[in-house]
Design a protein around this ligand. Structure first.
Ligand code: SAH
Length: 222
């Protein structure tokens, strides 16, 4: 992985963001904090949004989509409890900021990330290229179908709102694997599920999140 030197103005803004996420309970794990420090968010936003890169807000990218809010990324990443060497599937690459954080935490593992917009696949690959994260694969396709070619996965994360978790994704999760997704219509709950030998078990949930919709065959119809 390439370490990117961070300009002072961004470093100050990043430190402030980290302190406020810690104070509000959205950032607790030092591994996730290190990921935030090593994968600077301003490398994943559009030039017009650079001044706002370290605001705790979603920002628009292309195609009416957004780079997720930092507090949401830290919450989801912490709940996923990623271990070195794991194989991870992400649905909804967008800017690839979350993808790069997953890749950092997976270390010797691998991240597969599926995005439906070709323009965003290109944007995501360009952003990832700066870090030389060679354990990530961005795939163009309908992520509601998952990516069976590399299944099963230790962890699955859906970064777009689903009315229910697509069945193919539950099938592609390994036993004892965790999946996190925002589930709901106009407002969603973050739901963390575990696949056990006895079936799918809910581990945690937290309401009042808003994501762009998951489209596709097992998502909202286009
Ligand atoms: N994690 C991203 C979030 C992007 S927003 C980031 O922080 O930048 C959610 C993304 O899901 C959008 O890019 C959208 O195009 C994508 N998406 C929606 N439905 C999809 C589907 N069926 N397959 C793949 N990607 C999908």
């Amino acid at each position: 992985m390439n370490r990117i030197k961070i300009e002072k103005k961004y470093q100050i803004a990043l430190n402030d963001l980290i302190s406020s996420l810690r104070d509000s309970g959205f950032l607790n794990d030092y591994n996730v904090e290190n990921a935030f420090r090593n994968i600077p968010r301003h490398e994943f936003v559009q030039t017009s949004e650079l001044d706002r890169a370290y605001y705790n807000e979603p920002l628009s990218i292309m195609k009416n989509q957004t780079i997720s809010q930092p507090g949401v990324v830290s919450r989801m990443t912490e709940w996923l409890d990623i271990k070195n060497g794991q194989k991870i599937l992400e649905i909804g690459t967008g800017s690839a900021w979350q993808t790069a954080i997953l890749s950092y935490l997976a270390g010797t593992g691998t991240v597969y990330s599926v995005e439906r917009h070709p323009e965003l696949v290109k944007f995501a690959r360009e952003n990832l290229e700066k870090f030389k994260l060679d354990n990530t694969h961005v795939i163009l396709g309908d992520g509601s179908l998952g990516y069976p070619q590399a299944s099963p996965y230790d962890r699955i994360i859906i970064t777009a709102a689903c009315t229910e978790i697509p069945l193919p994704l539950l099938e592609q999760l390994s036993e004892n694997g965790l999946i996190i997704a925002p589930v709901g219509d106009s407002s969603q709950s973050l739901v963390l599920l575990k696949k056990t030998s006895g079936g799918i078990v809910k581990i945690k949930n937290e309401s009042h999140y808003v994501f762009v919709p998951l489209l596709g065959k097992f998502g909202k119809k286009v």
